[in-house]
Write a protein that binds this ligand. Structure first.
Ligand SMILES: CC(C)(COP(=O)(O)OP(=O)(O)OC[C@H]1O[C@@H](n2cnc3c(N)ncnc32)[C@H](O)[C@@H]1OP(=O)(O)O)[C@@H](O)C(=O)NCCC(=O)NCCS
Length: 291
């Protein structure tokens, strides 16, 4: 049940969830967060249980509510992650000659996923069955849906919500949000394609089935235009079942006219339609994670 409605810099509507699978005890810990430390065993247990819910996928920081089409944020889940940095101790870990020092351990729950050497997923991120991680990075609180491919050097920021059967191409940067409070995570919905080196940040939303060309920059305030009609569409959102490329629009400033980035919708696809150029080898998808 939504508690609070808001907007990111421009058009992305969101609300904050009142019901959360994360235990209420997190609220009480949040109130006294300034006094917490790694010596608080009870607090550490509570926070560990909460992060484990995110890790298993039983809880998630945000999701699209099918009825309202809004992004609903579970603020309690997000707070649990922030609390982890107060109550978990620094630990040294080693992998071959590499040595790390951190409060959050690496993820250990890999249920029918493929994780290529060099890929890093942190505990508290969720990888659904069928996910393939090429050498990439998935941060805490991120949720990656079934059958999604996270290609080489792609980074999925904290709390980002990636749908199922998505292809995040090489070097894609999906922004994370742990702070400021109320910040809306990036949402990349099912069946989407994000072209090489694209950057999707600041609560931007890639709607279902959208295909983004290489090098797209999408923030919550990026203007979006339809190339066929010239119409300006909601900012910060790639429309469902569309093909979009990075573009510029001319804007007058006191110092002259300059081109500033925008997103251009160059094609519309039918619902469920794929783009021939972007199809992955089906063998790769269907058998990629079988044991
Ligand atoms: C967006 C994309 C899917 C469009 O492919 P398409 O539908 O076949 O479209 P076209 O190649 O016919 O291009 C249509 C127009 O958009 C322009 N365009 C295409 N891709 C563009 C891009 N990434 N940025 C800016 N403009 C682009 C083309 O110049 C073309 O303009 P023109 O008609 O004046 O020549 C494709 O160009 C692309 O970027 N693919 C992603 C590649 C990638 O990242 N692969 C990852 C491998 S890990």
């Amino acid at each position: 049940m939504p508690q609070h409605h808001g907007r990111t810099a421009d058009a992305t509507p969101f609300s904050v969830s009142r019901s959360s699978p994360v235990p209420e005890a997190i609220d009480e810990l949040w109130e006294r967060r300034a006094d917490l430390s790694p010596t608080d065993d009870a607090a550490r247990r509570t926070v560990t249980e909460a992060i484990d819910l995110l890790d298993s996928g039983a809880a998630r920081v945000a999701a699209v509510d099918q009825a309202s089409d809004e992004v609903v944020v579970d603020e309690r889940a997000r707070r649990a992650i922030l609390l982890a940095f107060r109550v978990l101790s620094m630990r040294t870990s080693e992998a071959g000659p590499f040595r790390y020092q951190d409060r959050l351990p690496l993820k250990r729950r890999f249920d029918r996923v493929r994780v290529a050497p060099g890929a890093i997923a942190r505990w508290g991120s969720h990888l659904a069955p069928g996910v393939v991680l090429m050498p990439s990075y998935v941060n805490v609180g991120a949720h990656v849906g079934a059958g999604t491919l996270v290609d080489t050097w792609a980074t999925v920021g904290s709390c980002a919500q990636i749908g199922s059967n998505v292809h995040l191409s090489g070097g894609v940067g999906i922004g994370g949000v742990l702070e400021p409070p109320g910040a809306v995570p990036v949402v990349v919905e099912d069946e989407t394609f994000v072209g090489s080196r694209s950057v999707i940040v600041e609560g931007a939303r890639v709607r279902r089935g959208a295909k983004l060309g290489a090098g797209v920059l999408l923030t919550s305030s990026t203007p979006v235009f339809d190339a066929d009609t010239g119409e300006e569409l909601p900012r910060g959102q790639a429309p469902a079942w569309s093909v979009c490329v990075s573009s510029t629009r001319l804007r007058m400033f006191p110092g002259g006219e300059f081109g500033v980035p925008c997103l251009l919708v160059i094609k519309r696809l039918g619902e469920g339609e794929e783009h021939d150029k972007l199809l992955l080898e089906s063998l790769f998808r269907e058998h990629g994670t079988a044991l």
